[in-house]
Design a binder for this molecule. Structure first.
Ligand SMILES: *Cc1c(COP(=O)(O)O)cnc(C)c1O
Length: 338
């Protein structure tokens, strides 16, 4: 069965809707990772978006497409989508109600409150937050903006792939952090429209990997949720998934899992070698490559530093080899050693 069509022109339309607010982040080389890859390794710096994560693209794309009479928007979020939706809603003078589970780190919750959203903490899973957001649409007349299963959101995230290929048409392989798959679906749609031969690989953590399990099962499945260094990759894809699942299933060349240890090492590599503060979710591409889990590239490799919204005291401990607790996950400290 062919995926519902999302095409390059939808991504170019999204580019117009978000222009001047969430576009044109730099694509910078990593000398260290280029040595590992044996080819140029470049990073799309979405950590430099005004809300510290790429999710602003999809959120702006969707909120700008709403009719003027919409009073307010709502969404469920692992933190960064809610921040993007609130930022976008503020620009249109709409209210934003953001539903999140208890697993979302406090630093992310605080960041969203600081932008003026009405924040509701519901239950212990992303699904519970999603049901609350859907209920609010009925009882409060809000419009729901899905974090990944919405054509405008996927088109917005796809602008990242368009910009990467515009700057580096010679890219051979894209490493894309994968959760609900809005990012990977958008990037793969854009990149393969421009260069059908490019390889696009989705990468995620090895526990609670909803899109990975769904692609392997041949249909959307539920997975348990766990605390992770890659907290932005948690949550399900929705059993009723309409768009991001079929597009990822049809367009991704592979999906790969990385461990918490591999994520921690990659966070340290990106910090000590590239001097970048990046969330665990942002460095899974580097983690997979450093762990030797990827096919040998035949040319330049690109990845997306998807976000920087970390709890900084925890980050400082992780970078200096101290043990930390993330929810009920014990992360054993390790000092950096290339
Ligand atoms: C949301 C998010 C992802 C994953 O994006 P999906 O569209 O859900 O696959 C990756 N990294 C960060 C920092 C995110 O916030």
């Amino acid at each position: 069965m062919a995926a519902m069509t999302l095409e390059l022109h939808h991504i170019l339309d999204a580019r117009n809707r978000i222009r001047g607010v969430a576009d044109n982040t730099p694509l910078i080389p990593s000398p260290f990772m280029s040595k590992v890859a044996g080819h140029d390794f470049v990073m799309k710096m979405e950590n430099m978006q005004p809300v510290g994560a790429f999710k602003l693209r999809g959120a702006m794309s969707a909120v700008m497409a709403l009719p003027d009479d919409v009073q307010g928007v709502t969404c469920c979020s692992t933190g960064n989508h809610g921040r993007g939706v609130t930022f976008a809603a503020n620009r249109r003078g709409m209210k934003a109600v953001i539903c999140m589970s208890e697993l979302v780190p406090q630093a992310k919750v605080d960041g969203i409150r600081a932008l003026g959203a009405d924040v509701r903490i519901i239950g212990t899973t992303q699904d519970e937050a999603m049901y609350e957001s859907q209920r609010l649409c009925e009882v409060e007349g809000l419009v729901e903006i899905s974090p990944f299963d919405d054509p405008h959101v996927i088109a917005g995230q796809g602008t990242i792939g368009f910009e990467m290929l515009e700057t580096r048409p010679d890219l051979d392989m894209l490493l894309v952090p994968l959760s609900g798959g809005g990012l990977a679906a958008g990037i793969a749609t854009a990149a393969k429209a421009i260069n059908p031969g490019i390889k696009v690989i989705g990468i995620t953590m090895d526990r609670g990997a909803a899109m990975y399990e769904s692609i392997h099962a041949g249909k959307p499945v539920e997975v348990p949720e766990y605390a992770s260094l890659a907290d932005s990759l948690g949550g399900g894809i929705g059993l009723e998934n309409r768009l991001s699942y079929p597009i990822c299933r049809d367009l991704l060349d592979d999906t790969i899992l990385v461990t918490e240890e591999e994520i921690l090492h990659a966070m340290q590599v990106v910090f000590y070698e590239d001097r970048i503060v990046a969330e665990g979710a942002s460095v899974v591409g580097q983690a997979a490559m450093l762990a030797g889990k990827l096919p040998q590239p035949n040319g330049p490799v690109g990845t997306v530093i998807t976000g920087r919204n970390l709890d900084m005291p925890t980050f400082a401990k992780l970078m200096t080899g101290q043990d930390v607790m993330i929810g009920d996950l014990e992360v054993k400290g390790k000092t950096y050693d290339a």
